[in-house]
Design a protein around this ligand. Structure first.
Ligand code: ADP
Ligand code: MG
Length: 257
């Protein structure tokens, strides 16, 4: 697991992660914002899943590193990228122009699920009893607004989506077809995006979004941090990862994940 690049180059080889390498991490040891820890506790998430344990510290490290996360359905991949996203964005709305994060999902229903996970994670940001009492600056700043989410998916009215984008969301959760439509029709500018996630990437490709994804990649700034999460890693996806990600760490969990 130490060198993900090598693994990405020979993805057919069976790579197993030994139990000892997985162990150790807890949410508390990851340096997460107290509001995130409180949300996780409220939701009953006591211990990170293996994909979360292996991804979150890497995604929060400096300098930012790209990552390919491969683990079966139901292994907790959403929080593996959503926790670092919320932490990196500071859990708050930024009045600076443009979205700071983009999550690509293959279908409307999945995008809605992802949105729910994200909103739950930032719910009550900084509220409640101060287990971070030294944080006077943030608690005094009553005007700080909560993180804004923009859902850009097929099946929603275009007018509402134009309005949503005009509202300057911090995070855009999108399906490729509709996002591309907004890029073309309303000059949606993605150059402010620092954190990009391709969720259920294998399905994104199965559903024929390859061309749209290439288009979208070209609109993103080169300096971004890019993540790709998938249950399987077919050849098309390896090619896409090579084109869109820079020296990614590969976290690959097979059967035991
Ligand atoms: P995947 O994207 O890998 O298919 P999800 O992110 O949808 O998996 O998570 C699957 C389920 O696991 C969800 O119901 C989620 O709430 C739950 N889950 C995620 N992380 C944890 C955790 N650390 N502890 C307990 N349950 C978790
Ligand atoms: Mg998922």
């Amino acid at each position: 697991v130490k060198d993900g690049t090598k693994l990405l180059k020979k993805t057919k080889g069976k790579t197993k992660i030994a139990k000892g390498e997985i162990g150790g991490g807890s949410f508390q040891s990851m340096g997460l914002h107290p509001s995130i820890l409180r949300s996780l506790t409220l939701r009953g998430y006591r211990v990170p899943t293996p994909i979360q344990r292996l991804s979150i510290p890497t995604l929060l490290a400096t300098p930012p590193r790209d990552l390919v996360g491969m683990a079966r359905t139901g292994s907790g991949k959403t929080l593996a990228y959503m926790i670092p996203l919320v932490q990196r964005l500071g859990g708050r709305h930024s009045t600076a122009f443009g979205a700071r994060a983009l999550i690509m999902a293959p279908a409307r229903e999945l995008a809605l699920q992802v949105l729910k996970v994200g909103k739950e994670l930032v719910r009550g940001w900084n509220s409640g009893s101060g287990d971070h009492a030294g944080d006077a600056e943030e608690t005094d700043n009553v005007k700080a607004q909560s993180l804004r989410w923009g859902l850009v998916v097929g099946g929603e009215g275009l007018d509402e989506q134009f309005e949503m984008i005009t509202n300057n969301p911090d995070v855009i959760i999108a399906t490729p077809g509709r996002l591309l439509h907004l890029i073309v029709e309303m000059n949606l500018d993605l150059r402010s995006v620092q954190y990009v996630v391709f969720d259920e990437a294998d399905r994104l490709f199965e559903m024929g979004f390859a061309t749209a994804l290439d288009e979208i990649l070209h609109r993103l700034p080169a300096s971004r941090q890019t993540l790709l999460f998938s249950a399987t890693l077919p050849k098309s996806l390896v090619e896409f990862a090579k084109a869109g990600l820079q020296d990614p760490k590969l976290v690959r969990l097979d059967a035991e994940s």
